[in-house]
Design a protein around this ligand. Sequence first.
Ligand code: SF4
Length: 50
Amino acid sequence: MPSPTNPPPGCKFQTRCPVAIDRCRIEEPKLETAGEEHKIACHRWEEPAD
Ligand code: SF4
């Protein structure tokens, strides 16, 4: 679990996300609109689930 006062670079979940990719470790995902009432910040949210 990363420290909230010293989060890792890139996505804050990258050390515990099972589908993290190299991009997640260097680039923080931007908050995007997903549907009419939702926001999401993930580089992979539009990829189909396996
Ligand atoms: S951006 Fe998405 S896929 Fe990447 S580490 Fe964060 S939650 Fe996981």
